[in-house]
Design a protein around this ligand. Structure first.
Ligand SMILES: *Cc1c(COP(=O)(O)O)cnc(C)c1O
Length: 351
């Protein structure tokens, strides 16, 4: 099924006379004994509907929804034995980077950080490793990994592979089809798409892996709220419409940004709706640009209908390899001319 259809038709109650079209928000902590769900931490009808929709989009077999993207990521690493050698991108979402550095310092995992876009280096690091964590494109540098090649190599070595698919989304990239074991999404971003909910997901093909991840979610207790799950599913109905609009806006902005005299460098992987660009100036001037917008929200996060931007290095946790003058913009669904007018107005403050 194509994404536009999967997003709209999946995760609905069975069509029968009188059945509602939408799954209800199931607010229940317990259930009469003898049925499929015994307790509210083990399962929930609204989560299941959201999970079915993500499974269809990712072309997987099953999905588990989590209370956040970070909860989903933590569940994946919780399956690895103590001290397991793993390979991970040296650039990426700051929460993942901080978590992996902590695990490494504690001896919980032995993390080999690599430049994920350098396939030769990745191949060398895979020797003797047990697990590969890929984020591609990376946040906020937008480096792209040769996904099929490195997943193939890891699989030849019998390693587990998980991919953070948040930036690419299942419209541009379906990791399970490339041989990965797990596709992770911060549903908070494009899938939910309205900057009003925090949710995460893991999609898999293997039922045994599903069971282990389900056990992790149940024991850690990192479950989504039923209302949040419902909001996520409601957002998914329009995910392809929103994402395609945002992506075409992003593509239209690239040339405009590149030819602007106050812009030094533009990074764009060729797909998606995130652009990182460096302005001609220092941190203070870059802050001035971000604070000078009227339409674009000067805010972190991404993947909402509204365009947001921020200077990434305003966060102390951001990697020192990210330039001080780098602005990451999450292009939204407003009219392209209005977005560009706001960007050029904000840039004029420093030219
Ligand atoms: C936001 C994000 C996460 C974390 O997701 P939360 O829902 O905020 O916990 C992980 N990876 C990427 C690429 C993200 O953008």
């Amino acid at each position: 099924m194509r994404p536009e259809t999967a997003a709209i038709t999946s995760g609905r109650p069975l069509a029968q006379p009188g059945a509602p079209l939408n799954t209800a928000i199931s607010l229940n902590s317990t259930f009469t004994a003898g049925g499929p769900i015994g307790y509210g931490r083990f399962g929930n009808e609204t989560w299941s509907a959201l999970e079915d929709a993500i499974t269809s989009l990712e072309h997987g077999e099953s999905t588990l929804a989590f209370s956040s993207g970070m909860a989903a990521i933590t569940a994946v690493f919780s399956l690895l034995p103590h001290g397991a050698p793993i390979v991970a991108s040296d650039q990426g979402y700051s929460g993942t980077m901080t978590l992996l550095k902590k695990y490494h310092e504690q001896g919980r995992l032995e993390v080999r950080f690599v430049d994920i876009a350098n396939t030769k280096d990745v191949f060398a690091a895979l020797i003797g490793a047990a697990f590969l964590w890929i984020e591609s494109p990376t946040n906020p540098g937008l480096e792209v990994a040769e996904m099929a090649l490195i997943i193939g190599e890891a699989k030849k070595r019998n390693m587990g592979v998980a991919v953070d698919n948040t930036f690419a989304t299942p419209i541009n990239q379906r990791p399970l089809e490339l041989g990965a074991d797990i596709s992770m999404n911060s549903v908070t971003k494009y899938l939910a798409g309205h900057s009003d909910v925090i949710l995460g997901s893991l999609t898999v093909k293997d039922p045994a892996l599903h069971s282990r991840l389900l056990e992790a979610r149940t024991l850690i207790g990192s479950i989504p709220g039923p209302f949040e799950a419902w909001l996520g599913l409601r957002g998914i109905r329009t995910f392809p419409l929103r994402f395609n609009a945002a992506q075409s806006n992003a593509k239209a902005l690239i040339e405009k940004l590149k030819s602007h005299p106050s812009v030094e460098r533009v990074r764009y992987p060729g797909f998606g709706a995130i652009i990182s660009f460096e302005v001609k100036g220092d941190a203070a001037l870059t802050d001035k640009v971000c604070e000078g917008s009227k339409l674009i929200a000067n805010a972190t996060s991404l993947g909402g209908v509204e365009t947001t931007w921020e200077r990434r290095r305003r966060w102390p946790s951001e990697s020192a390899t990210v330039p001080e003058n780098l602005i990451r913009i999450s292009v939204g669904c407003e009219h392209i001319e209005d977005i560009w007018a706001d960007i050029s107005h904000a840039l004029s403050a420093i030219s």
